[in-house]
Structures are given as C-alpha cells and as structure tokens.
Design a protein around this ligand. Structure first.
Ligand SMILES: *Cc1c(COP(=O)(O)O)cnc(C)c1O
Length: 361
C-alpha cells in the first residue's frame, strides 16, 4: 500500500481567509473588507485590458521589460533590480522559497500579514511570531527573536491591519542590527498612501540584505489583475528570477499595470480622496467613542470596548449592507478593520456605527 505524504509543514498551513463580499438577503452591499480602491482601476488600465484582448494568442513577455521600465521611471529605480510577480504575494513567496527551508526560521510580527506564516511553511521553514507594542512593529522585540536559524524578517510598513507605521530610523536600526545572512523584507503594499515615504527603496540601496515589495492591488485598484513587484540588490533579483515561472504574468496583467503606473493624475486623485476621507472617518468615529490610530493606509482600525462589542457592531453593519473585516485572527479581537471607501461609503459607515452605539447605550 502506498502512503502519499506532503512535504513537512504543508499540512500546518491554515488557509488564507479573504474579505467577505456578500451578505445573504442584503442588497447593495458596500465591501470595505479587502482594502480595495473604491474608485476602481485607472480608465487607462481598463483601456489597456481591452486592447490586450486582440493579441491573447501570443505568449507574454518573460522578462517584463516594459513594465519594469515604467515602474523604474515612476519611482526613479533601476529596472534591472525589479522583479514582477502575480501580486506581491508571489514575490514574497519567491523570497521564502529561495532563501528559507527546513530548519530555518522566518520572523513576522504579531499583527502582520497572514501570508507570511503561510509562505514560510510552504517553504518548509518555521514561522516565528514576534510581539508588537501598542499596535506598532517593535524593532527590539524582533532583534531579541533573531537566532542563528533566522533567514528572513518580514515587516509591513505601514502595517496591515494596524494602519500604523514605524519611522525610517527604526527600519535603519533594524537593518543595521540584523546579521548579514538574514534578509529584511519591507512589505510596502500601502506605501502610496503615505506622503514622502519611498517604501524602503533607499534602504535597499544602502543594505544588500534589504528587499522592498510593492503591489498594484491597493492604490492602483488592480487587485483582480494580480500584479506586484520587488526591488532588491542585483544578486538577490538574479536568485528570485530562477524560481519565477517564465510566463508568470499574463499579457493583460502586464498591460494593465503599465498603463496604471503611467497614469499619475489618477494616482493623485485616489491619494487625495483617501487622505481626506480617512481623516474624516477616523474623527467622526472618535466622537462616538470608537477611536483609531492615525492611519497611514487606506483603512482604519476602529477599536471597540471589547470583543463582544466589536463583533456585535460587525453583525449590525452587515445588516446595513456594510462589510468590514474582523481581525481577531490578527490578535486584535476588539477591533474592526474598515477600508476607506468613497464619500458615500464613509458617510454610511459613520451613520451605521452611530446608530449601533446609540442602540447599545
Ligand atoms: C494587500 C497586501 C499585499 C498585496 O498583496 P497582492 O498579492 O499584491 O495583492 C501585500 N502585503 C500586505 C500587507 C497587504 O495588505
């Protein structure tokens, strides 16, 4: 009798839970559970997708040269040191696959993205969770957890689902203190929502063991298209390209991302609306005793008195057609993560939570 067994660690992987998008029996729901752009993709990206349809019999580019050039131009980075993936998730997976294996440790933080332990286990490595402090990444806690087996440290900056960020000096301190044999990955999925932050690009230029990852899923509104990228030392990019499938990005995905990254006006519009509405949303909720940290992202982390109140509010919001995200799985049981929608969505959220609070009083 044969016994077919998966590789070590595979059966320990907990399946990723995506944001909910439907409520049974409720129409006109507004989905605020996955940090998507409420305005959708750039009209130019939509046009590029349409145009790509005529050439779908052709294989896409294997080196993504055109998209990398556009990203390089937009961010003043060397295109040769950029790698593109099926979402930044795939780039994160390349990193774990190429640099961590059985017996190795991969550090991620308490409220960090749930994909990190998943991809660590996919590579056979052991994920190690490190506490945060007041919903912020704590550099000293990370350094205290580093062992000779540590190969990768994942830091999300700004953080999801916390919405907070740590200053560049802290990132520098972490990069300086980590052993040279340990990679530091700065996941910059929300970089574009911060004024004057380069996502960690300058750290990549300064430290050979630092990698930055970025995505088209958030401000660019292309979550459905699955495009992300990474920026690192040439030696690291050369390694990651060896575990990348040659045709990982479709012709359509490449065209959409390139059009999106070239559309500065649309980016400015989305950035401005988010910056304005996230402050408004946070201030209105604070007035009714639902505080949140100043958000550096396109969502806020609304805090309630306790887990029971957070869950009751979530249930009530669903009855009002508003889907937000519970984050008990991220060790934040008293909170709900609410994506900043368009103005109407934000107004509906405030009205509904006001009614919920009034009803509970
Ligand atoms: C949304 C998000 C990503 C992006 O994932 P994609 O695979 O690019 O869609 C990466 N990291 C964090 C922390 C995120 O919230």
């Amino acid at each position: 009798m044969t016994k077919i067994t998966p590789q070590p660690g595979i059966m320990d992987i907990a399946l990723y839970q995506g944001g909910q998008s439907h409520v049974a029996g409720v129409e006109h729901v507004i989905k605020l559970s996955s940090n998507e752009n409420p305005f959708g993709p750039s009209p130019k990206a939509i046009e590029a997708v349409r145009d790509s349809a005529a050439t779908l019999h052709r294989y896409p580019s294997t080196d993504h040269a055109s998209l990398r050039a556009a990203i390089g131009e937009r961010h003043a980075l060397d295109p040769a040191r950029i790698i593109c993936g099926v979402g930044s998730d795939e780039v994160l997976q390349f990193i774990a696959q190429a640099y961590a294996g059985v017996g190795d440790e991969v550090i991620y933080t308490e409220h960090g993205f749930s994909m990190y332990p998943i991809i660590a286990r996919m590579a056979g490595a052991t994920p190690v969770m490190v506490s945060e402090r007041d919903r912020r990444v704590d550099v000293d806690n990370i350094l205290a957890a580093v062992t000779e087996q540590t190969r990768i440290v994942f830091v999300t900056n700004p953080g999801n689902p916390t919405s907070t960020m740590i200053p560049e000096v802290d990132l520098v301190r972490l990069a300086e203190a980590l052993p040279q044999s340990c990679l530091m990955v700065i996941d910059g999925a929300y970089t574009e929502f911060v004024n004057g932050f380069d996502g960690g690009a300058s750290l990549v230029d300064r430290f050979e063991n630092v990698i930055m990852t970025r995505t088209f899923s958030k401000i660019y509104g292309l979550g459905g298209m699955r495009v992300g990228w990474g920026y690192a030392a040439q030696s690291i990019i050369d390694v990651l390209n060896r575990v990348r499938q040659p045709f990982n990005l479709s012709l359509t995905a490449l065209a959409a991302a390139e059009a999106a990254v070239r559309d500065d006006d649309y980016l400015t519009f989305c950035h401005g609306e988010n910056a304005r509405l996230r402050v408004w949303l946070s201030e209105e909720l604070a007035k009714i005793d639902v505080p949140s940290d100043a958000s550096c992202t396109n969502f806020i982390l609304a805090r309630f008195a306790d887990q029971a109140e957070a869950e009751a509010c979530d249930v009530y919001l669903k009855t009002q057609g508003l889907i937000v995200r519970r984050v008990a799985g991220y060790n934040l049981p008293n909170a709900l993560r609410i994506t900043v929608g368009d103005e109407e969505a934000c107004r509906r959220v405030v009205a509904a939570i006001t009614a919920f609070k009034g009803g509970a009083a």
